[in-house]
Design a protein around this ligand. Structure first.
Ligand SMILES: [Zn+2]
Ligand SMILES: [Zn+2]
Ligand SMILES: [Zn+2]
Length: 252
């Protein structure tokens, strides 16, 4: 199994438009963060988690030609604003492209991308999607996928567990029953927005405490804002906790 971090930044992206802070002006490529998403792949299957505004550029940069399915964590714009770009996959395969998410996320997709789901004039081209509510546990092409319910402020979102890997973005509280789904992980990927507490995201200190509680062998932080520079922040972290950066690949 291999994971590629396509993007690791919070909703504004880094650099933030018009910001001249040290991180936004940094020349360290790890401080340039597009919106948070990953590719998870095995020999047979390639899954994309979230369809961010930079999706097309991310896939081209990472040299990814095809994706088999999309898993959505929630319907905030920084996680679904690139959805239209998956049309290349349904166009090439002449099959509907599978999208998984919670019932409420899928309802939001239908609402916000209404043109996809109604008859429109021919031409142009729209994604052809099949929407699948992510049940407690489901299988896609033989891969067992476990949705992990999380709180993101007051909204319910999903993380996903695939084998001994789990991906939890946009989270401010892990419900008690979800810890049971996170036992025995090799790698945990976890939200860490900034140093100061935030209403809808874990902040660094809390992320570290949660990483310890979950107890994965290695934890990578994601969804960082421009208040966390890569180099300075990593110095403050234990060795088994790292900041992910755009383009980072890990093998499991
Ligand atoms: Zn987000
Ligand atoms: Zn900045
Ligand atoms: Zn969000």
């Amino acid at each position: 199994m291999r994971v590629t971090f396509l993007g690791t930044g919070t909703s504004h992206g880094i650099p933030v438009i018009g910001c001249h802070c040290p991180v936004c002006k940094s020349t360290d490529p790890r401080d340039r963060r597009s919106r948070t998403s990953i590719i998870w792949e095995s020999e047979q299957v390639r899954l994309l988690v979230d369809a961010v505004p930079e999706l097309r550029l991310q896939l081209i940069t990472a040299g990814i030609d095809n994706v088999d399915a999309l898993l959505l964590t929630h319907a905030h714009s920084d996680h679904i604003a690139g959805l239209d770009d998956v049309r290349i996959f349904s166009e090439r395969s002449a099959r509907k492209f599978p999208v998984y998410g919670s019932a409420s996320t899928l309802r939001a997709v239908r609402r916000r991308y209404d043109y996809i789901f109604r008859n429109t004039q021919k031409g142009g081209g729209k994604p052809q999607l099949s929407l699948h509510p992510a049940a407690k546990q489901f299988t896609f092409k033989g891969i067992k996928i476990i949705p992990v319910p999380l709180w993101h402020g007051r909204i319910r979102v999903l993380g996903y567990r695939l084998g001994n890997f789990a991906y939890l973005t946009d989270v401010s509280k892990i419900p008690d029953e979800s810890y049971a789904l996170l036992k025995g992980l090799s790698v945990l990927v976890l939200d860490a927005l900034r140093s100061k507490p935030h209403a809808t995201h874990f902040h660094l200190e809390r992320s570290l405490a949660e990483a310890e509680r979950v107890g994965a062998k290695k934890t990578y932080f994601i969804h960082m804002c421009h208040l966390l520079g890569h180099r300075e922040t990593e110095r403050r972290l234990p060795r088994n906790v790292r900041l992910a950066y755009d383009g980072l690949k890990i093998s499991l």
